[in-house]
Design a protein around this ligand. Sequence first.
Ligand code: GN1
Ligand code: MG
Length: 372
Amino acid sequence: MEHLAEIIAQFAFQGEHAGEEVCTDGHINDTYFLEFRDGEKKRRYVLQRINSHVFRDPAGVMANIEAVTSHIRQKVTEQGGDPEREVMTVISTRSGKPYYRCSQGEYWRAYNFIEGARTYQKVEDPVHFYHAGRSFGQFQLLLADFPADSLQETIPSFHDTRRRFQDLLQAIEADPKGRVAQVKQEIAFVLEREADTGVIVDLIASGEIPLRVTHNDTKLNNIMLDDETGEGICVLDLDTVMPGSALYDFGDAIRFGASTAEEDETDLDLVSVDLELFTEFARGYLSMARDFLTPAEIDHLAFSVKLITLETGIRFLTDYIEGDVYFRTAYPEHNLHRARTQFKLVEEMEALMPKMEEIIRSILAGGLEAGA
Ligand code: GN1
Ligand code: MG
């Protein structure tokens, strides 16, 4: 990246810039790992270009992140944890701002790099997923007393599945790339499930399910697990922390982490839901969340897994029809392949619904002991 030097010079990094690596994870922002030499010491930082097509108000995103990380930092410190590792630290610019707007009008921000921990694209050891569940549950717990109305809605109606369905209908109608004819089967799959799309939004609107401060993007690769212990150390990617439903966080984590294949696997025979992984995550999550979840939330946990997977499939399909304007893609059918894995998972989740419900009941009854 040509003007990276201009950007790096703006941030209050310590030491001398000694190199960088591009991170290929994530479908939205551009991420670089920077290496610095500070005397004998090596330091690493994360530098990101915020996708301002997706995040229309990058300053608002950073204001949210600063508020949320300060809140968590205080709690971690009070509880005797290590605030250097257990919460993201925003590195300010040399003029004290949480982001830099470069000469090309793009917004950049930086974080410290958490050492001795890593992210995973796929679960390698089931116990890792138990720990991921604990961490996302704890994240919601730490933010339970955060003033939700002080947060800006960084992407309005983000998990409004009914709206996502409407967006798909509009894309089909416009068909700007002539791709609709090719995805008739996928469209029919979604149309058959229209009724599902309003279930949780309606329960939130009627007050039966509470709005909470939630993460809204709980992919496995948004959590750092300690290299030594495998425990969840730090929740990443706080761009979409907003008032939302705990159900979306639970469902999205399962969607991604309990799948036996990656999100863009083209051999659908390899894509299926691993119930052992579902159980591990649910055990970890409920060990933290069982005391604050309401009965209505608990009743919809298994359904949320299917709903958020359907929603993500709808979003990939919509983006495919619109010509790949939202998610980063590596080749022309990428979004279509992603949509297909999600719909394959939805089908399986529908068949597994009674089993998932049963597992949740057993965990809550103490039959499947939490603790790894
Ligand atoms: C995006 O940024 P990343 O890759 O963690 C997306 C999520 C989707 C996910 C699908 C802001 O997450 O909502 O579930 O891709 N983030 C945004 O993999 O749209
Ligand atoms: Mg991410």
